[in-house]
Ligand binder design. Sequence first.
Ligand code: FAD
Length: 302
Amino acid sequence: PFDVLVIGGGPAGASAAIYAARKGIRTGIVAERFGGQVMDTMGIENFIGTKYTEGPKVAASLEEHVKEYNVDVMNLQRAKRLEKRDFVEIELENGAILKSKAVILSTGARWRNVGVPGEAEFKNKGVAYCPHCDGPLFAGKDVAVIGGGNSGIEAAIDLAGIVNHVTVLEFAPELKADSVLQDRLNSLPNVTVITNAQTKEITGTDKVNGITYINRETGAEKHIELQGIFVQIGLVPNTDWLGDTIERTRFGEIVVDKHGATNIPGVYAAGDCTDSAYKQIIISMGSGATAALGAFDYLIRN
Ligand code: FAD
């Protein structure tokens, strides 16, 4: 069996694997796709200490760094079941069962897509998901935020300080965000809120140049010219496969303590799949290190 088995090969998983392997213990990492969300990212400007880099580059250097150590890397493998017996058992989609004294879950999350024409085509060409990451790219420009929940309104308030103008498009008849956020939003001079708006298409040539939506009350089709669109309709943790064994929030995020421990002894978690307050590369890496040190502490006590 492994001493530590990491499930997920994004920034959190890579960090956890390296911290575990550096303790000289038997470490493995299972990843459906090594690199995780970073593989879908173009420019990265907030990886502190590195002014600018690109996602695929970061993903490659994560893999290279992990391979410096004696880590059993199982790429392109998906975990489908976790069970705690004498060891923690992980069943893979290919039928194999891996056993480990401790497991670190770092399966990340995915942004919910609006699923309209143009979204996939213009990803990283005007369509963005993370205001902390990509907001500054739209300085002085006109943008839309799709989604009027807390994350959408937080994004709109954040972006309003950077861009020329923000249009918020909400599908429902009213915004869902907390009223304190709505009050703050309403106090801003460069924000327009449109409710009952069903996004129909994201338009552009080589980059985004506008968005078309349908007014759900009147059926009228409207087009707005703009340069950027932030999709803020939810970040879904990749935790469905865990069933009810591991305590999760109502959003599906794994509940962890300050050591990265879950409710099951020997099972730790890190990164975007957890209930961490913010989801970023450096935050995931930090929590991966925390979970590995937490798991090591567990091993020397048991
Ligand atoms: P992920 O990166 O999601 O990695 C999860 C890993 O788990 C992957 O290897 C995946 O294949 C694997 N996995 C999932 N399910 C299973 C399973 N059942 N079995 C086995 N493996 C599984 N953050 C920044 O700090 N700066 C930025 O500029 C930035 N830009 C972004 C741009 C985009 C387009 C996106 C989508 C995100 C961006 N982020 C950015 C956020 C950042 O990428 C994430 O916070 C970070 O990647 C989370 O790391 P993670 O390891 O927790 O999860």
